[in-house]
Each structure stands twice: as structure tokens, then as C-alpha cells.
Design a protein around this ligand. Sequence first.
Ligand code: T3D
Length: 263
Amino acid sequence: MREAVLHSWSGGVLEITLNRPARLNAFNDDMHAAMAACLDMARDDARCRAVLLTGAGRGFYAGQDLTARDPAKMSGPPDLGETLTRLYNPMIRRIRALEKPVVCAVNGVAAGAGANLALACDIVLAARSATFIQSFARIGLVPDAGGSWMLPRLIGEARAKAIAMTADPVSAQTAADWGMIWRAVEDAELMTEAKALAARLAAGPTFGLGQMKSLIQAAAGQELDAHLDLEAESQRKAGFSADFAEGVSAFLEKREPKFGGAR
Ligand code: T3D
């Protein structure tokens, strides 16, 4: 049987590819298990200094596999709160808690939880032909996988409500113009650019980048006063890292730094 989530290494980059192209990489339970294993590998394997996530085929990820929610084949309505709690929420939490950069290369349509998985990543590049669809309204659901939290913060309440309630597709360029993603790039250049970005991040000061990610994420829930204390604490830890010493030495010696990534 074809593996539904592939992983491979390119230097310090763990590349994860959603691989159910005939269903636009819609997730079933097996994919959740495989994705969780990949994300745990990213956390635990010291080789990993950045993650690159993408999809196989013409889609990025079309959300939950709806064939598993066919009312004609079920004895009653499913408890979607249970599946979110057991499967989707842990996936989003794993990505947000990973103290390493996660680059997402959105190669095609990203719908439902697929759109919101992309938005949970740290830097999102999308092929110009890709679209983001909050498709939940089409099937009577609400944005999940963190979407109702992330969207108003990224693009404001007005746009968030409009794209959630209409389920209209948002083009990659509009997503970039609105600040929903980092950049839209030519289709043919997507993977080259995404791989170069992930490799660059993997050669960076991994501990500091992880602290940066945590700080920026924490900012949404904090007052400035408390956040200043958190920044000072993170900077204390970063200042103790070998990468800080290397960065300053490299600057003073007028050479490129060679970051090891360790704490
Ligand atoms: O546990 C829970 O259920 C709660 C969690 C929910 C999270 C969610 O993500 S809910 C939202 C689920 N996703 C959707 O509602 C999106 C459904 N898909 C679409 O609306 C469209 O496929 C797209 C807009 C994404 C793409 O349209 P298009 O025209 O480019 O492609 P297509 O022809 O619709 O799809 C191609 C094939 O993929 C097709 O199969 P076929 O006819 O060639 O055999 C289609 O059925 C299949 N496919 C696409 N999305 C899904 C899917 N099969 C199962 N589940 C899907 N989500």
C-alpha cells in the first residue's frame, strides 16, 4: 500500500509530503497517525533543524476525508468534537510547539483543515495557482484546526468572517497581499524556493529560531509588560547559546557564521 505521508531528509531539513493525491491529500485516520509520527521525529531527531511540508499531486490538502463521514454509511451523526480533540488539535499543537521552523509549500488547493494546517506553519509559500478555501460553510461546519483563531489575527475580523461564511476561494496572491501567507511564487519555482528557504533556516541558529517562534506565538495572548519579561528570559537563554558566540565572532572577524544549532 502506498505510504500516505512520506518523509525524507535533505541535510538538516525533514521534508514531509502528504501523499494521497487521488483525494487531494484529504486526511483519514492513518494519515493522522503518520503525520504525528513525522512531527514527533522532527521534534526528537537532533538532525532536524527545519521542516518542509508539502502535498503530492495537484492539491495540498483538502481537509477531512469526507468519504469517512458519509451519512448513508453511518448509524448516526459523528462526534466531530471527538475527532478534533483526538486528531486535528494534536497535529496543530505539535506544529506550534515544535521549536524549529516549519516551512509550508502550498502546491495546490488547501481546503478546510488543509487550509488551516498551512496557516499553522511558520512560513507559508504558495504556488500562484493554489487557492485557500475555508470550505466548512459548504458542509455546515465551522473553521477548525485553529482557523477561527488564526484567521482574524492574520487578516482581521472582516476578511476572516467573509471567507469563512462564503467559503469563497482565496488566491495565493490575495492571501499574500492580505498577510495570510508569506509569499506567492510561480508554480514552477515553488519547490526550489521552499527548499532553499528551509535549507537556509536549517543552517541558522536553531535554538534562537525556536525561541523566536515561541515568543511571537506567545505575543497574541499577552500584555506588553508580561511579554517584555518573556523576551528578556528568551534572550538570556539565547545569549548563553554557542550560536550567539559564533554569530558575534563571525561578525567581528568579517566572515559568515557557522551555526551548530545547539542550545
Ligand atoms: O473529523 C472531522 O470530520 C472534523 C474535521 C473537519 C476538518 C475538515 O477539513 S472539514 C472540510 C472537509 N473538506 C472539504 O469540505 C473540501 C472538499 N473538497 C472540495 O470541496 C473540492 O474537492 C476542492 C475545492 C478541494 C477541490 O475541487 P476540485 O474541483 O479541484 O477537485 P475535485 O474533483 O472536487 O476533487 C478531486 C478528487 O478528490 C475527487 O475524487 P474523484 O471524483 O476524482 O474520485 C474528490 O471527491 C476527492 N476529494 C476532494 N476532497 C475530498 C475528496 N475526497 C474525500 N474527502 C475530501 N475532503
